[in-house]
Design a protein around this ligand. Sequence first.
Ligand code: PMP
Length: 412
Amino acid sequence: MGHCPQDDRGGPDPHLGRYAARTAGMTASEIRALFAVASRPEVVSLAGGMPHLAALPLEELAAQSARIIAEEGLTALQYASAHGLPLLREQICEVMALEGVAARPDDVVVTVGSQMGLDLVARLFCDPGDVVVAEGPSYVGALGSFAAYQAEVVHVPVDGHGLVPDGLRAALRQARNAGRRVKLLYTVPNFHNPSGVTLAAGRRAEVLEICRASGVLVVEDNPYGLLGFDGRVRPALHSLDPENVVYLGSFSKTFAPGLRVGWVLAPHPVREKLVLAAESAMLCPPTLNQMIVSRYLATQDWRGRIESFREIYRERRDAMLDALEEYLPPGCTWTEPDGGFYVWVKVPEGVDTKAMLPRAVAARVAYAPGTGFYTNGLGSRRMRLSYCYPTPERIREGVRRLAAVLEAEPAL
Ligand code: PMP
């Protein structure tokens, strides 16, 4: 939960003087704190990014999991390599081929979700005071990982076509002039969390070129890449510059987040260090869960299931965009995502989305306020709305409630 000055009974924290300096950057995310309130059934939660799992074949998965334990239990319940199971790493290469990546199984490291991949990458590359450049806004979990290693995230502006290359150049120049060391570009190129935008094809090579010329390693976080509503899969940045891109992948949005299986694909020397870091962090990723994912990929029509997830999310995106158009008061604008889970809304001047949140929750709707996605205090006129979890009807109702809350704000 972070660097809490009090224990849970409200007394002073007796451990206060003992924490490592890096814990000062560990603060409870505004979004995580929201989950408890937003999960009450009467609240329409447009706050979290929980995938829709109802389309999964639960009976079949239960039978497969039971078979794995019955037939391969002595392996499935045993320690395994920190690198990840060889068969799963081969299958991950097949998944990545869809994005134009020619990966070798040896260069894939299986992680406990891509969140752990992020943490390991930050652990490998970030010294205190190093700079990481990233989209402004950025994924909250990444901000948390970089903060934990005392790196400073410098935001680069984003427009409707993703990261702005001139903004990246300017951020790198400024950091260099200030004598700072920029280690990484952290980017979510497809269906960005939270802004919903996608890095335009024409910008991809340019962004990679800027980073290469500046000696900055690119961290490509791509959990939503296969969830484009037009069915088109954008080539991964990794496919364009494999030696200077570390790719983070995940089965959380295309299969099941509770299994916590993700991966990192990294240039070979980085991969070797990643395995060592993974070993000290967890010994090995959960063997049983890796086998469940592996069996699912081997025996199920996973491509077909991704198709049906796309359909479901496209319908929900449409429901949200229609409702925003119909209900939100004048002066609000929003992005129109081509895939993924999120719409990024800008509200009229004078409205503060963080201050408004308790009023929204009282009106039984929740969203993620914008400030949590920045390290520099920006975002007070923004909010992230997720359409992945509620049904289209609930989305409409949630947006209707949100619009009523906005209309009642004194600034409007
Ligand atoms: N990166 C981004 C951009 C995400 O949106 C998420 C999940 N919300 C993650 C990483 C973490 O995913 P995982 O479940 O694989 O840890």
